[in-house]
Design a protein around this ligand. Structure first.
Ligand code: FNR
Length: 182
């Protein structure tokens, strides 16, 4: 049976390359991964004052993560870090049940620049290492897709064979990692 994956889209932009990448992965790896793109567009700002009465959007977001077998983070880079909207969503996941703890997870990231979100992913890994978050991140596999607009066509297909082969290998590695953890 396919692994149910909540793919958290780190960009709120309609034409997001990271969203398009996840849509591509959903199709390409459907035999092994049942990917749902989870958007964070409507998540209110985290505020401890409203934790007793958590907004419905946050309840639904947490439930999507909780009910998934695994999590995929699709990460853009803003100013050498993750977008504030993604940090905000992750802050909500650090409270109210610790839904990320020990959840198998992996990270992909793309940008139109050459480095493909490398600095953002370094920050993301640091944030996720907090004990209140602590997913089980696939070790030794880092996906940075730079110049993504030159590697994906209008049908959201990755056309660059090197990138495609690498992504296939990372997904194979994640499935093996997941099965070992299960
Ligand atoms: C960016 N972008 C960017 N890219 C990068 O490689 N390093 C960076 O520090 C930044 N900083 C940055 C700040 C702001 C405010 C914007 C709007 C953009 C480019 C960004 O990564 C690129 O537009 C991605 O395509 C965004 O991801 P989505 O929305 O396409 O998924």
């Amino acid at each position: 049976m396919a692994i149910k994956v909540a793919a958290i889209i780190g960009s709120v932009r309609e034409g997001s390359m990271n969203l398009r990448l996840v849509e591509f992965m959903k199709e390409r790896y459907a035999d092994r991964l049942d990917i749902e793109a989870v958007t964070i567009n409507n998540i209110p700002l985290f505020n401890p004052d409203i934790e007793e009465n958590v907004p419905q959007e946050v309840v639904e977001f947490r439930n999507k993560v909780k009910s998934a077998d695994a999590v995929l983070f699709a990460v853009p880079e803003y100013n050498y870090s993750i977008p504030g909207s993604l940090k905000n969503a992750i802050d909500w996941l650090s409270r109210g049940g610790f839904v990320l703890r020990e959840k198998p997870a992996f990270i992909v990231g793309s940008s139109m620049g050459v480095l493909g979100s490398v600095r953002a992913q370094i920050h993301l890994r640091e944030v996720l290492s907090n004990p209140s978050l602590s997913p089980m991140l696939l070790p030794g596999n880092e996906v940075y897709i730079g110049s993504v607009h030159e590697k994906m066509n209008e049908n959201n297909e990755i056309t660059d064979s090197g990138t495609l082969g690498f992504l296939d290998q990372v997904v194979d590695n994640f499935v093996a990692f997941y099965n070992k953890m299960a």
